[in-house]
Design a protein around this ligand. Structure first.
Ligand SMILES: C[S@@+](CC[C@H](N)C(=O)[O-])C[C@H]1O[C@@H](n2cnc3c(N)ncnc32)[C@H](O)[C@@H]1O
Length: 304
C-alpha cells in the first residue's frame, strides 16, 4: 500500500527560497525528502540542508532518497518546535531559509496500519510520531461527549459534531471503537444521507479533527513559527505550505503580526515582510497530476 510522496509546489518553494550555492536551509518537515532533494540540487555544490522529521518511517524513506547528498544533508528525528534548540546545539546562529510543508505525507496516508485514512481498515492510531502517548482510539473512547463534540467542531469544522459525538458515545457503550472502519461506519450512519457530499467523504472532517488533536498540530505550528523567524538571517525567508483553513489562518495571522511588529512593544517595528500577499496555489496542471496538492496554500515572509 505504500505510496511515493510527490512534493507540492516545489518550483514555487525553490524560487521563493532563492536557493543557490553556500546557503543553509532547514526543511522542518522532511517527509519523503522531496523538497530537500530539490533544494540540495539547487544549492550545488556546497549548500546545506538540515532536515527535521518526527516519524521514523518517513526518515527511513528520506534517507534513501537523499543518500547521494549525505555530505550536505543532516537529518534529525525531532519535533520541529525544537528547531531553536537544535540550531543552538549545532552552533548555527542563523539560516537562509526555513520550509514547513505541513500535514501528512502520502507515505503515512497510504499505510492503513497508521490509522490516518478512512479508506481501508487499520487501528485508530494517527500518531505521526509513535513516541506520542495519546492515540486517536484513546480520544474516541476516552473523551467526554462534550470534549468529543468540541474537538470535532473546532478541528474538523464539522457541522454535525454534536450528533457524531453522541453516536460515538452510544457505539462505545457497547465496546471500544478500535478501527478506522468502525469509526467511519458510525459517521456514515450519523450524517443524514442528503447532507453527505459526493465530493468529500463524510468521515473526512472527523478524521482530520482527531489527527490534529492527537499530534497537537496547531499548537506545534504556532510555537514553531514564533521560534523560527528569529533564526533567519536578514533577507532569509520562511515558506509554509498548509492544507486546511485552520493552519492557513495561523500562518497568515502570524506573518501579519510579525510585519506589524511584536505585540506589546511600545514602538513596534516589522521583523518580517510578507512576500506573498495572497497565498500561492498549485497550477491546474499540478492539481490534475497530484490531487493531494489541491488544497495546498503556500505563504512566504522575509526577515527584515
Ligand atoms: C507533507 S509531509 C512533507 C513532505 C515533504 N516535503 C516531501 O516533499 O517529501 C509532512 C511531514 O511533516 C512531518 N511533521 C508534521 N508535524 C511535524 C512536527 N511537529 N515535527 C516534525 N515533523 C513533523 C510529518 O510526519 C510528515 O512526514
Amino acid at each position: 500500500m505504500e505510496q511515493q510522496h510527490i512534493p507540492v509546489l516545489v518550483n514555487e518553494v525553490i524560487s521563493l527560497l532563492e536557493c543557490g550555492p553556500h546557503q543553509v536551509y532547514v526543511d522542518a518537515t522532511l517527509g519523503g525528502g522531496g523538497h530537500s532533494l530539490e533544494i540540495l540540487k539547487r544549492t550545488h555544490p556546497d549548500g546545506r540542508v538540515i532536515g527535521m522529521e518526527w516519524d521514523e518511517e518517513a526518515i527511513a524513506e528520506a534517507e534513501e532518497v537523499l543518500s547521494p547528498f549525505d555530505e550536505r544533508m543532516k537529518i534529525f528525528r525531532e519535533n520541529f518546535v525544537r528547531l531553536p534548540v537544535l540550531l543552538k546545539e549545532m552552533k548555527i546562529g542563523s539560516v537562509d531559509g526555513i520550509l514547513f510543508d505541513l500535514g501528512l505525507s502520502s507515505i503515512q496516508l497510504g499505510e492503513p496500519k497508521r490509522g490516518f485514512s478512512f479508506r481501508g481498515e487499520g487501528p485508530l492510531d494517527m500518531r505521526m510520531d509513535r513516541r506520542l502517548e495519546t492515540t486517536a482510539a484513546d480520544l474516541v473512547n476516552g473523551l467526554s461527549v462534550k470534549e468529543l463534540e468540541e474537538t470535532v467542531r473546532e478541528y474538523g469544522e464539522e457541522r454535525w459534531a454534536k450528533r457524531i459525538a453522541e453516536a460515538i458515545a452510544e457505539e462505545r457503550s457497547q465496546g471500544p471503537i478500535e478501527t478506522t472502519e468502525a469509526l467511519r461506519k458510525v459517521i456514515y450512519r450519523t450524517i443524514p444521507k442528503r447532507f453527505q457530499s459526493r465530493r468529500i467523504d463524510p468521515a473526512t472532517r472527523t478524521f482530520q479533527a482527531l489527527r490534529i488533536r492527537v499530534n497537537r498540530e496547531l499548537e506545534n505550528l504556532k510555537e514553531a513559527l514564533a521560534g523560527g523567524w528569529p533564526l533567519l538571517r536578514k533577507g532569509g525567508r520562511m515558506c509554509v505550505i498548509s492544507f486546511h483553513s485552520l493552519e492557513d489562518r495561523i500562518v497568515k495571522q502570524t506573518f501579519r503580526r510579525l510585519e506589524k511588529g511584536e505585540a506589546g512593544d511600545p514602538s513596534p517595528k516589522a521583523v518580517m515582510k510578507v512576500i506573498t500577499r495572497k497565498p500561492i496555489v498549485p497550477s491546474e496542471e499540478e492539481q490534475r497530476d497530484n490531487p493531494r496538492s489541491r488544497s495546498a496554500k503556500l505563504r512566504c515572509a522575509e526577515r527584515v
